[in-house]
Design a protein around this ligand. Structure first.
Ligand SMILES: [Zn+2]
Length: 120
């Protein structure tokens, strides 16, 4: 009897999206249709993910720096359009990201999960 082996193959060349492919609430994998890239800069990406199983939405910031790739996610009530409207055309800066980290560190209660920092 063979056991199903879940291989954790490291497929290189994948985008950082693979870091964030499961819903933190119900662990279902996100459908492509539920992923909206709000910003796709050279150093920062802002993604809005909606789980089609439990309908929870997560906002994810992915930052690439000399330190590696770090991604932070938090549950949000906003839909992708709301986020776009609220943000207007302000690009994400390193300051924003640092602030984001700061908020998370100081407000553990509101912090949902930290996706980790991957050193490259
Ligand atoms: Zn879910």
């Amino acid at each position: 009897m063979n056991k199903d082996s879940h291989s954790h193959g490291q497929s290189s060349g994948q985008s950082e999206l693979k870091v964030m492919k499961q819903c933190p609430s119900c662990a279902k994998e996100y459908e492509k249709a539920g992923i909206v890239v709000l910003e796709d800069g050279p150093d920062t990406q802002l993604l809005h993910l909606t789980c089609d199983a439990c309908m929870n939405s997560v906002l994810v910031i992915i930052v690439t720096s000399q330190l590696g790739i770090s991604s932070v996610g938090m549950l949000t009530d906003l839909n992708a359009e709301d986020v776009t409207r609220l943000r207007h055309r302000q690009p994400i800066s390193q300051d924003d990201v640092l602030h984001f980290h700061d908020v998370i560190q100081n407000k553990q209660k509101d912090f949902i999960y930290y996706l980790g920092c991957k050193h490259v």
